[in-house]
Design a protein around this ligand. Structure first.
Ligand SMILES: C[S@@+](CC[C@H](N)C(=O)[O-])C[C@H]1O[C@@H](n2cnc3c(N)ncnc32)[C@H](O)[C@@H]1O
Length: 276
């Protein structure tokens, strides 16, 4: 679901609207977003995981996006560089950026994918600057694409720091310092090392551990006349949470192996899986 999470809550009334959102998604990625926007959880377990993932991430991203948009508006500058832009739609959707030189920095493959997705968006596209923070010289590559180190720049670094090593973060900040004229600003979000965050991770790990381990065995045997039997045994004695889910006792979950086997059967019989 690349980028789907960012796209999940566009066009809601209020302070958050993103008219670029659905265009930037491929048709198969729009489905989970549409479920979340409609507020209607899907029935199957697998779809429900997609739904909950997109919903939870969207809760975080809408306020984050509003805060960063506000920060950009609060101190207008002639250059905006979006670092690790992903499916950021600001270049197209923010009228305040008319006349601003907008640069999007990202890994080359991600950027190529973004160009294809954005082909149908109206408005002025950003200047695409392919850079891998761990490998390439950011300042020099930006300069080669028209960035001016003598003009103030607003840098946006949203949702990227957690994906980088400490050394990559330090090297990138050092690069920014070499091409940030006075008046430049860096808008960045990153994970805090707060005790509550660490506690949350521990609780999540304990919850995972409390579900226990289960054992799955496949037996495939030829039965003659072109018939092959597949026996799947899932031993769940030590995994009460998984047992409850597979048994359909957890609201919104269930289906488990029955659904997976139906999917496999459809694939073998028709060449297409039940669930794309
Ligand atoms: C979770 S996405 C965030 C995208 C966007 N900023 C947002 O908030 O929706 C992380 C982005 O960082 C980019 N990224 C991760 N590691 C990178 C690296 N070493 N160099 C350049 N970009 C990187 C990814 O390609 C991706 O576009």
């Amino acid at each position: 679901m690349p980028g789907s999470r960012r796209r999940a809550c566009p066009d809601r009334p209020g302070r958050f609207a993103d008219p670029t959102a659905l265009t930037l998604l491929r048709p198969d990625e729009r489905e989970a977003v549409q479920w979340v926007r409609d507020g209607v959880p899907p029935r199957t377990w697998r779809q429900r995981i997609d739904y909950e993932t997109v919903r939870a991430a969207a809760e975080l991203m809408a306020p984050r996006t509003i805060a960063i948009d506000d920060a950009i508006r609060a101190h207008p500058s002639r250059q905006l560089v979006i670092l690790g832009a992903g499916l950021d739609g600001r270049a197209w959707r923010m009228p305040e950026l008319a006349g601003v030189a907008v640069f999007e920095v990202d890994q080359p493959a991600t950027q190529q994918d973004k160009r294809e997705r954005a082909a149908g968006l109206p408005g002025t596209p950003p200047r695409f600057v392919p850079v891998d923070f761990g490998r390439d010289r950011l300042a020099a590559t930006l300069a080669a694409h028209g960035h001016r180190a003598d003009l103030a720049t607003t840098w946006v670094w949203e949702g990227v720091v957690p994906y980088l090593t400490r050394a990559e973060v330090a090297a990138t900040v050092a690069e920014l310092a070499t091409c940030s004229a006075p008046g430049s600003r860096l808008v960045v979000n990153f994970q805090s090392h707060a005790a509550s965050t660490a506690l949350g991770r521990v609780v999540a790990r304990l919850l995972m551990a409390s579900t226990g381990r289960s054992r799955l065995t496949y037996e495939i045997a030829e039965r003659g006349n072109g018939v092959t039997s597949l026996t799947v045994t899932h031993e769940l004695e030590g995994a009460p949470q998984t047992l409850a889910q597979v048994a359909g006792e957890v609201e919104g979950a269930g289906g488990g192996w029955a659904e997976i086997l139906s999917d496999l059967k459809s694939l073998l019989e028709t060449g297409s899986p039940l669930y794309a």
